[in-house]
Design a protein around this ligand. Structure first.
Ligand code: GLP
Length: 241
């Protein structure tokens, strides 16, 4: 595990954006996994800004997100599809065929999970995953307790996040929200992982995830076992390590 600590949030945003750009320049048909959330908004914006000023070849780049909400319309501004489309896939002009996302509505999410993985595998599998870190240690939407052997599936959501989505969307209570997420096993099969976190509120979970025992109680701790994993933090998120 390599740990990179940036001096502040701005440097974190820039360095993390350049990790994506470097991957795109290094391998022109890279398959790159993203994450949504506060951690990645500026990172995606910087990638988009640099691309707009100095366009480079992204015709064969595939983008996907590590997870997606289920049971509410994809056009909801908080769906991962819409966020990634607006923040980075759209500005870079990634062709629809190369933007791989599971649907948010389906009668058969098990089949959709298999199809999602099949589409990534057809392109040679994921080269890089920019992996966000939930405050309870989740990666993707794999909550504490998820077995490390889990394969892409619909997980129950983080309760705080679910409450926020419900507030924002007025989804009727009888609709069970979930999150289709790459399983921990699938995430671990990515060639390179970069676990990203910024802000003081992530300091404690960063400490547990990278210095504590590898345990399903903290799903992110599994990255300690990955052969090519970088932990990329700002100074605040790194303050307890
Ligand atoms: C959500 C997403 C995760 C993301 C995490 C961190 O739960 N499903 O993929 O990594 O939030 O979010 P934030 O960056 O806002 O802390």
């Amino acid at each position: 595990m390599k740990i990179t600590i940036t001096k502040n949030e701005q440097e974190f945003d820039t360095v993390s954006a350049w990790r994506i750009i470097a991957q795109m320049l290094e391998k022109k048909n890279s398959v790159i996994g993203l994450s949504t959330g506060q951690t990645t908004i500026n990172m995606h914006r910087i990638v988009s800004d640099i691309y707009t000023q100095y366009p480079f070849d992204v015709a064969n780049i595939t983008l996907f997100n590590v997870d997606e909400l289920t049971n509410l319309d994809r056009s909801y501004a908080g769906s991962c599809y819409t966020m990634i489309l607006n923040q980075i896939a759209g500005p870079l002009g990634i062709p629809a065929d190369n933007f791989i996302m599971p649907p948010t509505l389906s009668d058969d999410f098990e089949a959709e999970s298999i199809l999602f993985e099949k589409r990534l595998a057809e392109r040679g599998g994921a080269d890089l995953q920019m992996l966000g870190l939930g405050s309870n240690g989740h990666i993707g939407i794999n909550q504490p307790g998820t077995p490390f052997e889990s394969e892409t599936w619909v997980s129950p959501m983080d309760p705080d996040f679910e409450a926020r989505v419900r507030r924002e969307t007025q989804v009727p209570p009888e609709i069970v929200l979930g999150g289709l997420t790459r399983g921990i096993k699938n995430i671990m099969h990515t060639r390179k992982l970069i676990l990203i976190a910024k802000g003081a509120h992530k300091a404690e979970i960063v400490k547990q995830a990278i210095l504590g025992p590898v345990t399903t109680d903290i799903p992110a701790s599994v990255v300690q076992l990955h052969p090519d994993c970088e932990i990329l933090l700002d100074a605040e998120a790194a303050s307890l390590i």
